[in-house]
Ligand binder design. Structure first.
Ligand code: KG4
Ligand code: ZN
Length: 371
């Protein structure tokens, strides 16, 4: 069985091909990723300070056919050898989702094969079970799943494939969004998460006492944290380094206006402490709530996925907190954490094994929920 998947929910165009050989009865099946192509559009949107849906959509139209060609040739296969075509059908930007879904549907119709519409969030939450460390069957063991990305921060109780219960979500910004917005205030680049992680190295995470919101709830809120950073900057007269200044990305307007007298001397320790303290505030919230949910729902496994789960400090602290409580911790390999089509192909393969398929008449759903 060979599955081709297309992911175009936001500003990344991605195509992947996944194959599993029909093993003997009872033998473990080992899906092999034959190709995984991702084209990032970060540069096209950076100058607008955010994603412009029409530009994303046009770029998907340009990149998707090229990536299809590249993936098919990297996999040394042909489209006629594919047994099912999958695409992300939500949540995401309507004008982006419709490109990948239309292409996958067209291919499924043209080659007389099955089509699967896959929930982007399901792609993320299954991704920790894809990879070398897992058993060949990729059994989805019950777990509390934290999906933490630029668009989502949600906690899900996963009881098995297609058996999901949403138990918490952000009431305002997603964690990744908070990383991106704070990075912008600090004059760092986009995406902000990796920039803040890089600058946090060697910083003192205790220097600034940022709020940890809604700790007693399973929901999340990060806008207060973002505002706390915004109000702090003028007070400490935060200083961008030469490197940031030369990139021409000044501090956020509100900050420079409010302070009126920014001191532009170099102070990299301040920036490191600020990044480390901000990052630690997010990590504390994510770790505390995920572990508390595992205990509440009596599950002995937690998983994390989505772009923010690339963060090494988050992975380390979640692993340590889990092991202190006798909970197993699983995360996807970093390359699988940010948006990609391999996770969509993997979800499609598991769904095909379990007898699911979609109708080509199924519409995309920009507001698709995980449960
Ligand atoms: O999953 P993803 O690629 O796209 C969405 O579905 O949103 O996640 C992108 C988000 C961005 O907000 C980015 O800043 C964040 O993931 N991110 C990180 C790191 N790498 C990416 N956040 C913190 N630390 C990182 N190392
Ligand atoms: Zn995502």
């Amino acid at each position: 069985m060979t599955v081709l998947a297309i992911e175009t929910s936001c500003d990344e165009t991605a195509v992947a091909i996944l194959r599993e050989d029909d093993g003997e009865m009872g033998a473990a099946r080992h899906p092999r990723l034959l190709a995984s192509e991702v084209a990032s559009q970060v540069a096209a949107h950076e100058k607008y300070g955010g994603i412009v849906p029409e530009i994303a959509s046009r770029n998907h139209l340009i990149y998707a056919p090229r990536l299809l060609d590249r993936a098919v040739s990297a996999a040394k296969t042909q489209l006629s050898q594919i047994h099912a075509f999958a695409a992300t059908n939500g949540p995401g930007l309507a004008s982006s989702l419709m490109i990948g879904a239309s292409i996958a549907k067209g291919l499924a119709i043209g080659f007389g094969q099955r089509f699967l519409g896959i929930n982007h969030l399901e792609g993320h939450l299954l991704s920790p079970f894809f990879g070398a460390e897992t058993d060949g069957e990729n059994n989805i063991k019950p777990n509390v799943s934290l999906i933490v990305s630029g668009g989502h921060t949600i906690l899900v109780v996963v009881r098995g494939l297609a058996n999901y219960q949403l138990i918490g979500q952000t009431v305002d910004d997603a964690a990744g969004e908070a990383f991106d917005k704070v990075a912008k205030m600090l004059g760092l680049g986009y995406p902000g998460g990796p920039e803040i992680e890089k600058h946090a190295h060697g910083g003192d995470p205790k220097r600034f006492d940022f709020p940890r919101s809604m700790l007693g709830s399973e929901n999340f809120s990060f806008s207060g944290l973002k505002t706390a950073v915004r109000y702090l900057l003028p007070k400490i007269r935060v200083i961008p380094s030469e490197a940031q200044r030369s990139r021409g990305t000044p501090l956020n307007d509100a900050v420079s206006n409010a302070s009126g007298s920014l001191d532009f001397a170099r102070d990299d320790k301040l920036l490191a402490d600020l990044c480390a303290s901000f990052q630690q505030a997010i990590i504390d919230v994510l770790v505390t709530k995920t572990i508390a949910a595992a205990q509440k729902y009596r599950l002995d496994r937690v998983t994390i996925s989505g772009g923010v789960s690339c963060n090494q400090e988050l992975r380390r602290q979640m692993r340590d907190a889990s092991s202190r409580k006798g909970i197993e911790f699983k995360s996807a390999e970093p390359w699988l954490c940010t948006d990609n089509a391999a996770m969509i192909a993997f979800a499609a393969l598991l769904r095909l094994r379990a007898g699911f398929e979609s109708q080509v008449s199924e519409e995309i759903n920009p507001n698709l929920k995980v449960a």
